[in-house]
Write a protein that binds this ligand. Structure first.
Ligand code: GLU
Length: 426
């Protein structure tokens, strides 16, 4: 008889994002025959910062929030990665997300290391004033650790251009001059880059286009299911629709909408913006976020959050291509099942790397003080995404491994090379 205690422990381990990242890292390191000294260096973050953030709430009460910034690796340049605000943020999650940024930046070959930040809070319940005070105090606590040459934050879940403008301003007040390059994902008028907001969704589109060529499929025959309708899923769905794909399902945090003949995505997004929900969108069936993942389609794009595809539902995933717009949507245990079922995976560290690629362009433009037209940004993004997709696909073919393992191997090999060349300072 199954022991429920053991099953529970196994399940908890399966959905721990840090365990998820580490099991892929270990597999890739083993296949690379990674030097044990380098393995010991790369398996741990460089620095973890924990801060307590006192915030005067609108009620007059003082509340103290717990926040983190994990700087995983600096071998290839400043740490880089978003900051998320959510009630379920944990140090293990931020640690995993920071490591994923290191591998992601290496896959697309931008000169950054990896970092990630998070604050445990419920941003939906907080006023703009409370969010501003919390963001500014968090920035002040991290002031010695961030900067254009040190660590460059960006938006992630529940943070946006406004959050970045507050961080930039707080940092600049301390520096006593304007420092635009301390964050990316800023408003375009304040040193942001044209095309940054759409970059993750656009990068996802470029990856899917490449997968289509490889599998000899064309957009009009391709049914796409998108989980999530925020900065990645919403914009991704709009761009896929614009490129002639048949987007049959889309969801928000409350649930999804489904029409086997294809959804009118511009109308659905208009409805979402006006009513803050996809519910009641005419001409579509309602479907839960879990059932949505099992809809028969050619491309499934989970663009919401971690642990959506696990050993529990991987066998019921009914797609040819899995394009991971979110970070860590698939657990390591699910990888094997998808592989056995012949699903072509565009792994998160490649599929959603368009965001950090244009963040790199933004950082470059800030340092030059010279800004590019959106068409130039998009063209350069396409160049990077197409080259990176093909690097990963070729690596998988030549080494006889799946695409996720190939992406990790490629990334770890690059970071390991740079670490070895720099040497260990002792
Ligand atoms: N938060 C995004 C990610 O997970 C963007 C990070 C960045 O641009 O630095 O890739």
């Amino acid at each position: 008889m199954a022991n429920p205690m053991v099953d529970d422990a196994r399940e908890i381990k399966e959905v721990n994002p840090f365990e998820s990242m580490m099991s892929r890292f270990d597999r890739a390191a083993q296949l690379l025959n990674l030097d044990p000294d380098l393995y010991n260096v790369l398996r741990v973050p460089n620095r973890e910062i924990k801060v307590y953030i006192p915030v005067r709430m609108d009620s007059g009460r003082l509340e103290v929030f717990e926040g983190y910034r994990v700087q995983h690796n600096f071998a290839r340049g400043p740490a880089k990665g978003g900051i998320r605000y959510a009630p379920d943020v944990s140090l293990d999650e931020v640690r995993a997300l920071a490591a994923w940024m290191t591998w992601k930046c290496a896959v697309v070959n931008v000169p950054f290391g990896g970092g990630k930040g998070g604050i445990i809070c419920d941003p939906i319940q907080m006023s703009q004033g409370e969010l501003e005070r919390m963001t500014r105090r968090y920035t002040a606590e991290l002031i010695d650790f961030i900067g254009p040459e040190k660590d460059v934050p960006a938006p992630d879940m529940n943070t946006n251009e406004q959050t970045m403008a507050w961080i930039m301003d707080t940092y600049s007040m301390h520096a006593r001059h304007t420092v635009t390059g301390v964050v990316t994902g800023k408003p375009v008028q304040l040193g942001g880059s044209a095309g940054r907001r759409e970059a993750t969704g656009r990068g996802l589109l470029f990856c899917i286009n490449e997968a289509m060529k490889r599998l000899k499929m064309t957009p009009p025959q391709t049914r796409v299911v998108v989980q999530g309708s925020g900065n990645v899923g919403g914009i991704g769905a709009e761009l896929l629709h614009e490129s002639g794909y048949k987007v049959v399902a889309l969801s928000d945090i409350h649930g999804g909408i489904y029409n086997p003949d294809g959804l009118d995505i511009p109308e659905a997004m208009k409805h979402l913006r006006a009513t803050r929900s996809l519910e009641d969108f005419p001409g579509a069936e309602r479907v839960s976020n879990t059932d949505l993942l099992e809809i028969e389609c050619e491309v499934l794009a989970p663009c919401a959050t971690e642990n959506q595809i696990t050993s529990q539902n991987a066998n019921r995933i009914n797609c040819k291509v899995l394009a991971e717009g979110a970070n860590g949507p698939t657990t390591a245990a699910a990888d094997e099942i998808l592989h056995d079922n012949g699903v072509f995976v565009i792994p998160d560290i490649l599929a959603n790397a368009g965001g950090v690629t244009v963040s790199y362009f933004e950082w470059v433009q800030d340092r030059m003080g010279y800004f590019w037209r959106e068409a130039v940004v998009n063209e350069r993004l396409q160049e990077v995404m197409v080259a990176s997709f093909n690097d990963v696909a070729k690596y998988a073919d030549t080494h006889g491994v799946d695409t996720r393992t190939a992406a990790y191997m490629l990334a770890i090999d690059r970071v390991a090379y740079d670490t070895r060349m720099r040497g260990i300072y002792a």
